[in-house]
Design a protein around this ligand. Structure first.
Ligand SMILES: [Fe+2]
Length: 333
């Protein structure tokens, strides 16, 4: 059920009208929240269980979610956990509505990623203040999301300038996530790998086209300029809080375990794991893509080349072998 408020008081006139999802199995509480929030000018989506809450959160993209902890079926804690592990909803503020003295629910709520709590019986002023402040937080994270979306668009524009790179970012994101999952990495690392796949070469915006699109090998001077792209990309992303876990990928995807990479010639464990993963799939994608000066390598030849890089100490054997397994490619070495 969706309702819009018509009465807007002076306080809400200066605050943002939010879309609020209310999930509670008690009809009287849903009705109370709906009345209080619509009176503030907010739009309210009201559902009565956890499954409906998850569905409504993904379909209506609310600004704030109020979850009763004790719902039948999927309870509020599990709904919160699922919302916070889904990249499309993890930045949406979640308020858990709990009994006043239920400390264990609150601890579990913090562990589930809840942003705030309301105690029953809910005081109308507290409800209004909580929704107003969290919808401002959402407004800010939406703005950051927009900045990230602009960076992704820029990265794809850079890719589009080089026709032979067509689809590189998308393939990289996909391969990196598959490898990360195979290595048993948690959801937040898979999310970083996905975004890092798109953004790893963002810094190429600072590399002249004459170098970026050069059909042949680069001179030493040109390569020095090219080697600046990880630092440029990292610098662009530095102000965005939402990209902090992606920055090591951008900064270090050309570092190699034997210290032969750039820009910092890091060695071994100094190279962040997520950057190692993107480094492997980046090299693989370059090898299996056509270049003006050579044809795309066959899968087996690219796999053999990667194994060669393992033997030189550039990549971890376990990571490369796990990646090749995901491609169902076997190479005798
Ligand atoms: Fe790169």
């Amino acid at each position: 059920m969706i309702a819009s408020g018509s009465q807007v008081d002076s306080a809400s006139a200066v605050s943002r009208r939010a879309r609020v999802l209310v999930a509670d199995d008690t009809e009287s509480i849903r009705a109370l929240f709906q009345k209080l929030l619509t009176n503030e000018g907010h739009q309210v989506i009201s559902v009565e269980d956890g499954i409906e809450a998850l569905d409504a959160a993904r379909r209506h993209r609310p600004d704030v979610i109020l979850l009763d902890v004790g719902m039948p079926g999927i309870d509020g804690l599990e709904v919160c956990r699922q919302l916070k592990s889904d990249p499309s909803t993890r930045l949406t503020p979640v308020v858990l509505v709990t009994g006043l003295s239920d400390l264990s629910d609150r601890i579990k709520g913090i562990e589930a990623g809840a942003d705030d709590f309301l105690s029953k019986p809910v005081h109308p002023h507290e409800l209004r203040a909580r929704v107003a402040s969290l919808s401002r937080v959402k407004q800010l994270t939406d703005a950051l999301d927009s900045a990230e979306a602009a960076f992704v668009a820029l990265a794809l524009t850079i890719e589009a300038r080089a026709p032979m790179m067509n689809g590189h970012c998308e393939r990289l994101a996909s391969h990196a996530v598959v490898l990360g999952r195979t290595l048993g990495l948690p959801a937040e690392d898979l999310d970083a790998l996905h975004r890092g796949g798109y953004l790893h070469d963002l810094g190429k915006v600072g590399v002249p086209d004459s170098i970026l699109l050069k059909p042949g090998p680069l001179t030493a001077e040109e390569f020095d300029l090219m080697k600046r792209h990880p630092d440029i990309g990292d610098m662009l992303c530095a102000p965005l809080q939402s990209l902090q876990n992606v920055r090591p990928i951008i900064r270090c995807h050309h570092e190699r375990l034997d210290g032969s990479g750039y820009p910092q010639a890091l060695r071994g464990d100094e190279v962040p794991l997520l950057a190692q993963i993107v480094g492997i799939v980046d090299v693989f994608d370059a090898l299996t893509s056509k270049r003006p000066y050579r044809d795309a390598l066959k899968l087996e030849d690219a796999a053999r080349h990667l194994i060669g890089e393992v033997e030189e100490g550039k990549f971890a054997r376990a990571h490369v072998e796990a990646f090749l397994d995901t491609l169902h490619t076997t190479v005798s070495v």
